[in-house]
Design a protein around this ligand. Structure first.
Ligand SMILES: [Zn+2]
Length: 263
């Protein structure tokens, strides 16, 4: 076990062939990077996000001082969105790292974060990361200029926390799994995200259905519509969706039929 965590200990073995040595060097580098990253995640992050606030069981860590009443207002707005899906804020345990600039991008805190080209928030198990967050104006401005309500992004991420607590079967970031359509779709649907009402975006998604870019908001808009359709028109339950009992193709075909589009 010790040698697995500290691969360089194995270098002491006598008569190691050169390729085994090389392999140990590579493994050691990876182990050091991993340890530094974990150290950063659990210690460094808390040093940079030095201001702590709370609202119920939610903890907010920020880089700058914020006003408690603005935070209360923000969470109350998110709470109102969640209550429509009967998700109780008091059931959710999470720490929110809230930051005004693009700090996360610069430091590449989460591997693969840059993959998300609209640069949104990330739920990482019990952590939520909210970059570009302006608590005064309740806005988030993304790198590509797209702007949305901060309370909506917070509500979206809290839906993921709820999903994670209730359906513990998925722990990977949703964009890496084939379940993305209902994990993201449910968060989009519950928060009634404006992207679901963006006709041009929906048309683009429907025309490009076979090669949809799953990292782009057109996919999120489509998935949101699919989940809404599955619940309202196909009378599927939220549990059935999250337990993977409803197939992507089944919902998509039904949605396309409603829009009179043949695949
Ligand atoms: Zn999401």
């Amino acid at each position: 076990m010790l040698k697995l965590l500290f691969p360089w200990l194995r270098l002491k073995t006598p008569n190691l062939p050169w390729y085994k040595r090389l392999y140990i060097y590579v493994e050691s580098c990876l182990a050091i990077v991993m340890m530094a990253w974990l150290l950063w995640l659990f210690v460094g992050l808390h040093l940079v996000f030095s201001h702590s606030y709370s609202y119920g069981k939610l903890v907010f860590l920020t880089t700058d001082k914020i006003k408690q009443d603005r935070l209360d207002l923000l969470v109350k707005r998110a709470e109102a969105v969640l209550s429509k899906a009967r998700i109780k804020l008091s059931d959710l345990h999470t720490t929110v790292f809230l930051e005004r600039g693009d700090f996360y991008y610069k430091l590449s805190l989460i591997p693969g974060m840059q993959l998300i080209n609209h640069g949104g928030a990330i739920t990482f198990r019990k952590y939520i990361f909210l970059p570009n967050a302006n608590i005064e104006s309740n806005r988030v401005v993304y790198k590509n200029g797209y702007t949305t309500k901060l309370s909506l992004v917070l509500a979206h991420e809290l839906v993921h926390v709820w999903q994670n607590q209730r359906f513990t079967t998925w722990i990977k970031p949703s964009f890496l799994t084939k379940n993305a359509w209902y994990i993201e779709g449910y968060a989009v649907c519950i928060t009634d995200d404006p992207i679901m009402h963006d006709k041009a975006l929906i048309d683009k998604a429907l025309k490009n259905i076979e090669n949809i870019n799953r990292f782009h908001k057109e996919a999120y808009a489509l998935w949101g519509l699919m989940v809404k359709h599955a619940i309202e028109k196909m009378h599927k339950s939220v549990d059935e969706l999250h337990e993977g009992k409803v197939s992507y193709d089944e919902v998509l075909s039904s949605l396309l039929r409603e829009h009179n589009i043949t695949k």
